[in-house]
Design a protein around this ligand. Structure first.
Ligand SMILES: CC(=O)SCCNC(=O)CCNC(=O)[C@H](O)C(C)(C)COP(=O)(O)OP(=O)(O)OC[C@H]1O[C@@H](n2cnc3c(N)ncnc32)[C@H](O)[C@@H]1OP(=O)(O)O
Ligand SMILES: CC(C)C(=O)C(=O)O
Ligand SMILES: [Mg+2]
Length: 560
């Protein structure tokens, strides 16, 4: 950046709202708003290829299934496809009684006529008209003064009223949006909205929706919340007005803007699934809804199979969802990093099914949105013992004692550092087998054993293969394991022993884990054995530990 020129000076900062007695900062979101999906309009006008009739109908069905009660079905005056979709839905009775379609148009007489025509015969319908009220649009696009803009609002609302009054069989609602509301002087926006409210003659059975958009995000969300509270206090015939917001996401704060606006009095929110829409998108209704869910408020929308919703949206819009998109991305329930994995494992260990959700680093239980725990923990060079232990326990039933977790994570770390790649669950298991289980004939391994009564205790004859040779070794001790230590003739102390059954039913096996220490060898070594018979499993674990002691001694003396 040049030292002489500061490009930031060419941008005008957002204005502040004079509202010293603002109340929204002390409020919380306690109820779901009325949701309006604008996927078929704002979402559709923002994709490379607008949706076909068939695609729009599929998307509409999905929106109904999710639970939307108000759906913007299109901009019928803009294209024949949009017009045909609306007619198809009405003529084929595909709009459930509790769902109201909305059609949108610019505040132009010719377009309003075509728009109202598109919804004739619907049980209920929202006709949505808009015009920008912000100074740049007034001066540049319309070249109109404020009184001229206000006069346009009055005449166009009267036009909608006249056309809709002619069809009393439909329950009509008017929606008026002062486009670019967030950039409009508040007194001008209020004048435009109150003009629409009066011209519509809002009252009982003549509902009006005043929809305040951040057409292009311009300020921090608190300024928008102030604007909403300011309007909420001043709108005419307030009890007959539904106060709605329509946030975009140019600053990446669409969700925060919608949340603070709800705290400030917004009763209705317009947005798109997964944040589709012009430029950086409309507010993401899925994120907003699931944010509410994590605060103990049900959003009245069904995202219990979020992957299925994502598949419909991706196929209809042809836009991929980012792998880190909140709640839905492929990686959002995955931890690679060691300390997170450790905490998640500990959280899962104590989490009870219906208790308050307290698993660290997972803001939501993946199961609530139809995701599984399968990929919650994945291993790479950033991973630690907790994550590795989690995968082995979850997928193979191997519960490692803590010191063994430390030992094995060192083994994993060496491999993942050298490959610099993710270690998949099968690769992790292969490394576990290679490290602890005797499946390589070139290394010391257990072959068989016989026990017999001996003077002074338990006798054992253990057959092992060591460096290619079969040896039968005998020992006596206070049990088979102790006898085997004597038979192997190595000064090993067994400092830890655990056994458990792994797997279920006929397929279950005994697993033994033995920790041994050897004089002059720092630390300890672990060995593992799996067998149908518990004594055999523990002898295999002992030989596994012996092999690992032998291996590390040979590494030290450079024999391997
Ligand atoms: C923020 C939003 O998302 S708003 C929604 C925007 N979505 C769309 O525009 C998609 C659908 N629209 C279209 O396909 C087209 O605009 C059509 C078919 C509806 C109309 O097309 P055209 O008749 O060619 O007009 P065009 O789009 O160029 O509009 C420009 C004219 O409309 C006027 N205009 C623009 N917006 C509005 C409005 N909200 N209310 C009244 N007049 C408007 C402009 O001032 C301009 O007038 P001028 O010709 O006298 O200078
Ligand atoms: C509500 C309409 C006019 C809109 O899409 C917007 O302002 O972003
Ligand atoms: Mg918009």
């Amino acid at each position: 950046m040049s030292m002489l020129k500061n490009p930031a000076t060419k941008y005008r900062p957002a204005y502040k709202v004079d509202l010293p007695d603002r109340t929204w900062p002390n409020k919380a979101i306690e109820n779901a708003p009325i949701w309006l999906s604008t996927d078929l309009r704002d979402g559709n006008q923002a994709i490379f290829e607008p949706m076909s009739v068939a695609t729009k109908l599929d998307f509409f069905k999905e929106l109904v299934r999710i639970g939307f009660k108000e759906i913007e079905v299109g901009f019928p005056a803009a294209s024949q496809i949009d017009f045909d979709v609306v007619r198809h839905l009405i003529e084929n009775d595909q709009i459930p009684d509790d769902v109201t379609p909305m059609v949108m148009t610019q505040a132009r007489d010719d377009l309003i006529e075509r728009t109202v025509e598109s919804v004739i015969g619907a049980k209920s319908a929202i006709v949505h008209i808009y015009n920008s009220t912000a100074p740049v649009w007034r001066n540049t696009v319309f070249r109109m003064t404020v009184p001229e803009v206000i006069d346009m609002v009055k005449k166009r609302v009267q036009k909608v009223k006249e056309l809709t009054d002619a069809h009393p069989e439909t329950q009509w609602v008017l929606q008026y949006s002062p486009e670019c509301f967030n950039m409009t002087e508040l007194d001008v926006a209020l004048q435009a909205c109150n003009t629409a409210i009066e011209a519509w003659e809002a009252g009982p059975n003549r509902k009006i929706i005043i929809n305040l958009p951040t057409t292009v995000e311009w300020s921090t969300p608190n300024v928008f919340a102030d604007q909403i509270e300011w309007m909420d206090r001043r709108l005419a015939r307030r009890e007959h007005v539904v106060l709605s917001v329509h946030p975009h996401n140019d600053r990446g704060t669409g969700v925060a803007t919608a949340e603070l606006a709800m705290m400030a009095g917004a009763q209705r929110v317009e947005g798109c699934l997964f944040g589709n829409g012009e430029r950086c998108g409309n507010v993401d209704i899925v994120t907003l809804a699931l944010n509410m869910y994590t605060q103990g408020v049900h959003p009245n929308l069904d995202f219990s199979d979020i992957n299925a919703v994502a598949r419909v949206v991706e196929s209809c819009t042809q836009l991929p969802i980012h792998p880190r998109h909140p709640y839905v991305g492929d990686l959002v329930y995955t931890a690679f990093s060691g300390s997170h994995q450790d905490a998640i494992k500990k959280g899962f260990d104590i989490q009870k099914p219906d208790a308050i959700w307290e698993v660290p680093y997972l803001p939501i239980d993946p199961v609530d949105v139809g995701r599984t725990y399968d990929s919650v923990i994945r291993v790479n060079s950033q991973s630690g013992k907790g994550g590795i232990a989690y995968i082995l326990e979850r997928e193979h039933g191997v519960v490692m004692p803590r010191r063994m977790q430390v030992e094995f994570s060192g083994v994993v770390q060496k491999v993942s550092d050298s490959t610099a790649a993710e270690m998949t669950s099968p690769a992790l298991w292969a490394l576990f087998e290679q490290t602890y289980l005797q499946n390589d004939e070139s290394q010391p391994r257990y072959i068989s054993h016989k026990v017999f009564d001996a003077e002074g205790g338990q006798g054992i004859e253990i057959t092992v293969q060591q460096h290619g040779e079969i040896s039968r070794l005998e020992g006596v001790g206070n049990g088979p394991l102790d006898a085997a230590v004597q038979a192997l003739g190595i000064p090993m102390d067994i400092v830890g022993f655990e056994e458990r059954s792994v797997g279920q039913g006929a397929k279950s096996k005994a697993m033994a884990i033995i920790e041994v220490s050897v004089p002059n060898m720092p630390g300890s070594k672990f060995g593992v054995g799996f067998h149908d018979n518990i004594t055999t499993a523990s002898l295999m674990a002992l030989v596994s530990a012996w092999r690992r002691v032998d291996q590390s001694a040979r590494v030290k003396t450079n024999q391997i």
